[in-house]
Design a protein around this ligand. Structure first.
Ligand code: IVH
Length: 699
């Protein structure tokens, strides 16, 4: 806000109140994060508060004199721990959120140093999402370890650090300083976190919301035996005090040389880093790491750029709590807190009743989330979630949003437990839950409207009968107005009937009819998958089609016959028998057979199990990246081919990539491949490579 915007004394009063309120709020969140290891808002939500407060404080410095929590690093140590005074303060980093912020950072830094931005060189590293610690080695032996605390005084956690396997108790190698303080981050790897939570749940103990909280809670234990049971890891990213023995001084001129030296002495240093990058290289590093974020073994919340030259670092110096020579380039937050307004129960295609969280809209993982899965009733109990709670929501990459758990401190007095309905919310049939199963189901099958709708959507989807335009809005109306009662009825629909539906124009009605007509020549594999037989997925449907060669043969097959088809076990065989044994389903299939031609067994290449000799496999041992759009097949199908022919697919291009397949409109990955000199082929060349392996019967 510009100072001139507020002229009256009322306005100024209001701004002062806002500053004070923000300070109190920021302080509360600092306490929750640093002292209690129990944050109640995400970093992104916290950063937004801090940015607002900093903005107001810098525009109106006279309105609220006195210390501000934004100038504070961390928090004073817990009283239960002894104190450790840091000889070199443990500072924080300024954050950047956009490409422009990074450009500004480089320009400001260059101005400060009297240099051109192009002349600057940076190291680029991961920003670990853990707990900052300082490890003190004297004569190569670990003698003390401390948390950051308020930056000047931290907590003595030496016994707890000693039980972390990653942390060397004695340094290895040559030329080790007499005194070496290593700065780094303690964290928990994703797989260790999952295993710990599974163990905690099995013992009926507290489950942690995310790896950072688990790591913080495990490290700051008064009893190091508890820490020892928790799988913690450590990564070094810098140094504090360093003293060389007289006559043994070593000249390390850059930050990256220091990281190499730390690694040489046996300290864990992440290999995902880059040295001496010019400004233009920083954003590339950012996007490369961002694209691999979810496949890293631990969580990171961004990347960090640091001026390489140590001489220039000290020339640039510090501003209040952070260095001028470094910046954290943050990633979009994958977690945020929001209110759980209610829990709806959705009915799936197979009748599974799934509780779904209705949330106050929250921006997380790059989108606004209003719903998130809760999986099943047991999961809600295990996580201790109540309606009205403020909960943590996670959305990572393209994975569907998930509710992680409640924030106990924010539970309102009127929070209420969720009760799983005992009957289907769509049709009222009493729900059943089999002993071994986690989910309740509506047993009504296609007589349940909700299941019927799902059956239509399943039948029409691209991987099944591929009827474009038969989406949720039309299916809802068709089912609710009783225009169709089974999938066979789709083939009796007319343009007039469709055009009479709400918001369906004549043109789209006629397009839809054309699509339905086109589906009459679908392959047997697509029809089988589209029927929605429980446990018969796309691949099994394809195998069955190729094995039995006709729908009649599958209908007539005994369980023993069915077991002869690849990928069919007793459960699948029983499910197929049950489906065709049901007279209603059988009648629907008869009606479908009267209108569908089934000229082909399968219209997509099956991944041939016969492909075996490594010498013949065009992608043997190769990491392949698919980018852009392929005209002739879906991306997962192309990926299947690559794996079947000896390769591995990856989402990002690096020096390790063996081949890039570039479809139409390929963008940054193609550019990166060209930059790295990785071999690139187009769709036609890819089809040529796989052609010899395509099975008979496939087009
Ligand atoms: S350097 C003087 N490098 O981020 C600069 N910090 O938001 C000191 N962090 O307190 C920090 N990864 O706990 C640095 N590669 C990295 C880091 C990193 C994570 C943490 C650290 C720091 C916080 C600042």
């Amino acid at each position: 806000m510009a100072p001139s915007a507020a002229s009256t004394s009322n306005d100024l009063q209001e701004i002062r109140s806002r500053i004070l309120a923000l300070r109190a709020e920021v302080l509360r969140h600092q306490q929750a994060y640093h002292m209690l290891d129990a944050p109640v808002i995400s970093d992104a939500q916290y950063d937004a508060l801090v940015r607002e407060l900093e903005g107001l404080e810098s525009c109106y410095p006279e309105l609220a004199p006195g210390p501000s929590p934004v100038d504070q690093v961390g928090f004073a140590p817990k009283r239960e721990f002894s104190e450790v005074r840091h000889r070199v303060p443990m500072l924080s980093l300024n954050n950047a959120f956009s490409d422009e912020d990074i450009q500004q950072f480089a320009i400001r830094l260059a101005q400060n140093l009297g240099l051109k931005a192009e002349a600057l060189r940076f190291s680029a590293e991961l920003k670990f999402d853990g707990i900052a610690v300082s490890l003190r080695y004297e004569a190569g032996r670990l003698i003390e370890a401390a948390t950051r605390g308020d930056g000047s005084v931290g907590e003595d956690i030496t016994p707890n650090i000693r039980v972390i396997q990653d942390v060397p108790k004695v340094l290895a190698g040559q030329n080790i300083p007499q005194v070496l303080e290593v700065r780094g981050e303690v964290l928990m790897r994703r797989e260790d976190f999952d295993a710990l939570n599974a163990r905690q749940a099995a013992r009926g103990e507290k489950v942690f919301v995310n790896p950072r909280n688990a790591a913080a809670g495990s490290l700051r234990q008064l009893d190091p035996k508890i820490t020892a049971e928790r799988p913690l890891s450590f990564y070094a990213y810098g140094t504090g005090e360093v003293r060389w023995a007289a006559g043994k001084e070593r000249q390390l001129a850059t930050h990256s040389e220091w990281l190499d030296a730390l690694a040489g002495w046996g300290l864990p240093v992440a290999t995902d880093r880059a040295a001496a990058l010019p400004c233009e290289g920083l954003l590339k590093f950012y996007s490369e790491i961002l694209s691999r974020r979810s496949s890293l073994p631990f969580e990171i919340d961004g990347v960090v750029y640091k001026l390489e030259s140590l001489a220039l670092q000290s020339k640039a110096g510090y501003v209040s709590r952070a260095p001028r020579f470094a910046v954290a380039h943050k990633f979009p937050a994958e977690e945020a807190s929001t209110r759980l307004l209610g829990i709806d129960v959705q009915v799936g295609r197979t009748g599974a009743l799934t509780p779904v969280a209705r949330l106050e809209p929250v921006f997380v993982g790059g989108v606004t989330v209003t719903n998130a899965t809760l999986h099943n009733a047991d999961e809600i109990i295990r996580k201790g979630i109540m309606i009205g709670d403020t909960v943590w929501v996670r959305r990572a990459g393209d994975v569907i949003p998930e509710v992680l758990g409640p924030i106990a401190a924010l539970r309102p007095a009127d929070a209420r437990p969720f009760v799983m309905p005992t009957s289907c919310p769509a049709c009222g049939t009493p729900a059943v839950r089999e002993a071994e199963e986690a989910v309740s189901r509506c047993p009504a099958g296609l007589t349940c409207g909700a299941q019927r709708k799902q059956a239509f959507l399943h039948f029409a989807q691209r991987r099944a009968m591929d009827i474009e335009g038969l989406g949720e809005k039309i299916v809802d109306q068709l089912v609710e107005k009783n225009l169709v009662s089974s999938i066979a009825d789709l083939y009796g629909l007319t343009i007039d009937r469709l055009a009479a539906l709400d918001r369906v124009a004549e043109k789209s009605a006629s397009n839809l009819i054309a699509q339905i007509d086109a589906s009459r020549s679908a392959s047997l594999a697509r029809l089988l998958f589209g029927l929605g037989i429980r446990h018969v997925g796309e691949r099994t449907a394809r195998d069955l089609a190729l094995h039995f060669k006709s729908l009649q043969a599958i209908r007539d097959a005994s369980p023993e016959d069915l077991l002869q088809s690849p990928d069919v076990g007793p459960v699948v065989a029983a499910s197929i028998r049950e489906f065709f044994g049901n007279p209603e389903q059988s009648a629907i299939v008869d009606r479908l057979l009267a209108v569908i031609r089934l000229e082909r067994l399968d219209d997509r290449p099956a991944v041939a199990p016969a492909i075996s000799t490594a010498a013949a496999q065009p992608f043997a041992g190769m990491t392949v990246v698919l980018t852009g759009t392929l005209d002739s097949m879906a991306r997962d199908e192309a990926a299947n081919w690559i794996t079947a022919l000896g390769g591995k697919t990856s989402g990002s291009v690096s020096a390790k990539t063996g081949l890039v397949i570039a479809g139409a409109a390929a963008g940054s990955k193609l550019a990166r491949a060209q930059e790295l000199g990785v071999r690139v082929i187009d769709e036609a060349a890819f089809l040529e490579l796989i052609q010899p392996f395509r099975q008979q019967g496939a087009t």
